[in-house]
Ligand binder design. Structure first.
Ligand SMILES: Cc1cc2nc3c(=O)[nH]c(=O)nc-3n(C[C@H](O)[C@H](O)[C@H](O)COP(=O)(O)OP(=O)(O)OC[C@H]3O[C@@H](n4cnc5c(N)ncnc54)[C@H](O)[C@@H]3O)c2cc1C
Length: 619
């Protein structure tokens, strides 16, 4: 290991991941901790990293409280409805009451916001969304982080969290390696804020072979946000609540502006409104939830999937009407230029001009993320003024490990945060982390060199494995003594796809399939000890795979535990096809024992804080 130099850095706040939540955390940590040492470590380069790397065309979470457009309570009701009742309302409310201030800062920092010419307000795309020229969204927030941090480390992948050896259950920092130099980095930290995004590519993607890597979600989001805390025994919540997106086929271009601003709509191949056709069947499964407005995202997916299974596909977005208006036509194209230029290229390659041809839609493979229209992630403490006792243990957004905080996709139970809400949650986590240090909760942390050296051996082991195993290659990349990261990834994706409710089974699974999936995942875990990496890039792939595999185990355990179909359209439990409010109107929480690797599951009450409080006030 001598060839991999070790660098040590001691700091107060270590931010893992410099995406939306990580830049928000880095910025806010400086505000509250003028004298603190703040470090942000990013796998890519924070100027163009994370889900917003390519830019966005809309900020999807803005209340507009200054104009009385929406209140935080409205947003809680909205998220609760969309997630079929299952959200942490304390977290959602807390984010919503602060998110406008975040957006106002983006405006001050030079993010081009579209304005409504008649009112002078931000131009609304929908009730929660405002439109931006957002190609440079990420460099703008990155600049704020760069000006705030003592140091930003780019190109370092964090592989493990360090734990305090003086006090049980307290974090002590993190380790990782530089993907360019191969150096090993030890960050001894008083607090760690994990903001490493969600997980794509754990389920087999629709695009394989020539299109491999093309997904809706960022292909580089590899579940570190979940695997890092799971590995040290932090509790997780709602990991079964994976997301499936209905998007333009093959390019996964966004549909929000099309539905909301251009007022386009969907129809089946016969030109029928297929959603209506599935109303009775959906009501059988979920009861009155189908009558809620707006229709929960998963239930709209459900109609799409059922119609396709029934032979009514392909499903089209009707663009030919809206695109006759030159202004709307421009908006339709610009929408892609700002965030998914690849969709325009796909249409060009398929000879589709949406003015004359209605483009096809598809449903994606499932992803795991905590900031979009689902809420998988870590089980965190809420704010002290809002959270019931079960949801509060001292510091806002602190996980069940002392000193370990989370934000954005990392945090479970709080859906519909999107880019602005994730940045806001990073700010909230950073404020709490500084308070934790000021309260002297981080004094006396001990991280021995032995702990770091053990991790160093583990981190570079795939390179060592390859060095030996390459001599046993029988042909191509076939070797009896190692597997490559891509081989391991494809094996993982097939297990998840076929047993845990991916596209192969039209998102269907059941207890028996999940049990088998868990067995196969356990054997994969065993074999991943033999993953080999021929260079530093493959070493990154190896660690991405290990993080994806651990995240997948957690998703499968959760899916097995919740014996109902709470979100038809995201996945189905064939052995429990109906939503079951009597037994499952609750949040699911897991903990993996770091020593045994076994998961323990529990149900935790879901508190409907917003309207309950109002009801109490009224009575
Ligand atoms: C396709 C798509 C479209 C979207 N459209 C919109 C929209 O129109 N409007 C809107 O408001 N929101 C939108 N969102 C949501 C928004 O992008 C996310 O809510 C937000 O980016 C989440 O922030 P985050 O910091 O949790 O994750 P990210 O922004 O993804 O950041 C995670 C960061 O962690 C880094 N990282 C990962 N693993 C490691 C590791 N092991 N070590 C170090 N660094 C690591 C990553 O490189 C990345 O920089 C969209 C998301 C997607 C995927």
């Amino acid at each position: 290991m001598a060839k991999h130099k070790t660098h040590y850095e001691d700091c107060d706040v270590l931010v893992v991941g410099g995406g939306m939540a990580g830049t928000g955390a880095t910025f806010e940590a400086r505000h509250w901790g003028r004298d603190k040492k703040i470090i942000c470590v990013e796998k890519a380069n924070i100027d163009r990293s994370g889900a917003v790397a390519q830019g966005l065309y809309a900020i999807n979470c803005y209340m507009g409280m200054q104009w009385g457009e929406n209140q935080p309570e409205d947003h809680v009701r909205y998220a609760r409805n969309d997630l079929m009742g299952m959200v942490r309302e304390d977290l959602g409310y807390d984010m919503a009451r602060h998110v406008d201030s975040t957006v106002h800062m983006f405006d001050e920092w030079g993010l081009p916001m579209m304005k409504n010419e008649k009112t002078g307000r931000y131009l609304r795309e929908g009730k929660w969304q405002i439109m931006i020229h957002g190609e440079s969204y990420k460099p703008i927030v990155a600049e704020a982080a760069k000006k705030s941090a003592d140091k930003i480390y780019n190109r370092i992948m964090i592989t493990h969290l360090l734990m305090d050896e003086n006090q049980d259950n307290r974090v002590g920092g993190a380790v990782g390696f530089n993907m360019r130099t191969g150096d090993f980095h030890v960050f001894r930290a008083k607090t760690v804020i994990v903001a490493a995004g969600g997980a794509s590519h754990i389920f087999k993607p629709r695009a394989v072979g020539e299109g491999m890597g093309r997904t809706w979600y960022a292909p580089w989001s590899n579940g570190s946000a979940y695997a890092l805390p799971i590995a040290v025994g932090a509790k997780m919540t709602q990991m079964e609540n994976r997301i499936v997106l209905c998007r333009f086929k093959d390019g996964y271009g966004p549909v929000g502006a099309y539905f909301l601003h251009l007022k386009t709509y969907t129809q089946n191949a016969n030109g029928e409104n297929y959603e209506k056709k599935w109303y009775d069947q959906t009501k059988e499964l979920v009861g009155e939830y189908i009558d809620h407005h707006p229709t929960p995202t998963c239930l709209r997916n459900h109609a799409f999937i059922q119609e396709t299974i029934a032979g009514g596909g392909p499903i089209h977005m009707v663009t030919t009407e809206a695109f006759q208006d030159p202004h709307l036509e421009t908006v339709g194209w610009e929408n892609f230029l700002g965030m998914t230029v690849g969709q325009a290229v796909v249409w060009a390659s398929q000879n589709i001009d949406p003015k004359y041809t209605n483009p096809e839609l598809t449903t994606s493979e499932p992803y795991v993320m905590g900031s979009h229209a689902t809420c998988s992630g870590a089980w965190v403490s809420g704010p002290e003024d809002l959270s019931p006792p079960e949801y509060f243990w001292g510091y806002n957004r602190m996980l069940t490990i002392d000193g370990l905080f989370g934000a954005g996709d990392t945090v479970g139970g709080s859906a519909h945060k999107f880019s602005s809400g994730s940045f806001t949650e990073g700010r909230l986590a950073a404020k709490a982390a500084i308070k934790y240090i000021e309260d002297k909760k981080a004094d006396g942390i001990k991280v021995t060199d032995k702990q770091c050296e053990d991790f160093k051996d583990a981190v570079f082991k795939p390179l060592e494995t390859y060095q030996v195993a390459q001599n046993e290659i029988t042909g191509g990349t076939v070797s009896p003594s190692y597997i490559s990261p891509i081989q391991g990834l494809q094996r993982l994706q097939r297990i998840m796809d076929e047993y845990v409710g991916g596209i192969a089974t039209n998102y269907m699974t059941n207890g028996n399939m999940l049990k088998r999936g868990l067995e196969l995942l356990a054997w994969l875990e065993e074999d991943l000890e033999k993953v080999g990496a021929e260079d530093l890039h493959q070493l990154m792939r190896a660690w991405e795979l290990k993080h994806r595999a651990l995240t997948s185990q957690c998703v499968t355990e959760h899916t097995m535990f919740r014996e109902e179909t709470r979100w038809p359209g995201y996945y189905y439990r064939g052995d429990h096809m109906k939503l079951d409010d009597d037994n499952w109107h609750c949040l699911t929480v897991s903990r993996r024992d770091p020593k045994t690797g076994k998961f323990a599951m529990e149900k935790v009450p879901v508190y409907h804080i917003v309207d309950e409080n109002e009801k109490k006030k009224a009575s």
